[in-house]
Design a protein around this ligand. Structure first.
Ligand SMILES: Nc1ncnc2c1ncn2[C@@H]1O[C@H](COP(=O)(O)OP(=O)(O)O)[C@@H](O)[C@H]1O
Ligand SMILES: [Mg+2]
Length: 251
């Protein structure tokens, strides 16, 4: 089996008395799209915060390419190749779509502090920005103010900004939340496109999306992974049926 790009071993996290993450083992393989599903309050977002460094685990180990990241701050983890979606509030609504992504790309190059480098490398930055806009299907919206984009386009823009650091691993926590069927379809094709050659860990409630997009699925219930497997394996897993999917997936 391939070495995982991201690996969690016996990870625990409590908030006060509440033991929220209870010994999670989870591997993300190179190039795979891996969904984490489970009921509200299961600890999915907490798990993502532990991986991206917003929270530190109480116990256990988290490795990115074999290197422990469990005590590193978010920006260090980001530098090591892990990208997680910006919040919408990180978008500058008064700047164009192009300018928003260009800022993220320039940060990647560390150019914001160095005018001379900025000038000499501006062209490379612009080219990368154009490329990213194409990838997230916002090429046509190049000059549109970010604040004037639709909700789903803003989410696409966030993903474009996440990609600016060229992450090897992408974490997306409910990227389709609040979207219509049409917007969801647009997001799914966008996610397929931008995760080519990368590894994806995604939390998503829409089971149609989860089962069509994922190579593997892990089911988290009350802070424990009760099953990991291919969509077929998860669908037919009795514990999953009883514990979570039940009537939600009629396939
Ligand atoms: N910072 C925090 N302080 C206290 N409790 C928290 C904190 N973050 C999450 N929780 C609790 O942890 C549980 C899991 O939350 P969360 O990870 O957001 O679940 P999910 O994303 O699966 O819906 C919930 O009961 C939530 O109230
Ligand atoms: Mg959540």
């Amino acid at each position: 089996m391939k070495e995982p790009v991201l690996s969690l071993q016996s990870v625990h996290k409590s908030f006060g008395q509440a033991h929220i993450i209870r010994g999670v083992d989870l591997d993300l393989l190179p190039g795979e799209r891996h969904a984490v599903i489970g009921p509200n309050g299961a600890g999915k977002s907490t798990l993502f915060h532990l991986i991206s460094g917003q929270l530190a685990p109480d116990k256990g180990q988290i490795r990115l390419n074999g290197k422990s990241i469990k005590d590193l701050p978010p920006h260090r983890i980001n530098h090591l190749g892990l990208g997680r979606s910006f919040q919408i509030t990180n978008i500058f609504p008064g700047l164009s779509v192009f300018e928003n992504v260009r800022i993220a790309v320039a940060q990647r190059h560390g150019l914001q502090y160095n005018l001379w480098k900025l000038i000499s490398r501006a062209r490379a930055v612009n080219e990368q920005t154009e490329h990213l806009l194409e990838q997230v299907m916002l090429g046509e919206k190049h000059d549109t103010l970010a604040g004037e984009l639709t909700y789903s386009e803003q989410r696409a823009l966030e993903i474009g900004m996440t990609l600016a650091s060229d992450p090897q691993v992408i974490l997306l926590d409910e990227p389709m939340a609040g979207m219509s069927r049409e917007e969801t379809d647009y997001m799914v094709s966008l996610i397929r496109e931008v995760t080519k050659g990368r590894s994806l860990m995604i939390v998503e409630h829409d089971m149609d999306v989860v089962f069509s997009l994922s190579d593997r699925i892990s089911v988290l219930i009350y802070g424990e992974v009760i099953a990991t497997g291919t969509p077929e394996e998860i669908r037919s897993d009795r514990r999953v049926q009883e514990g979570y999917l039940g009537e939600e997936v009629s396939v």
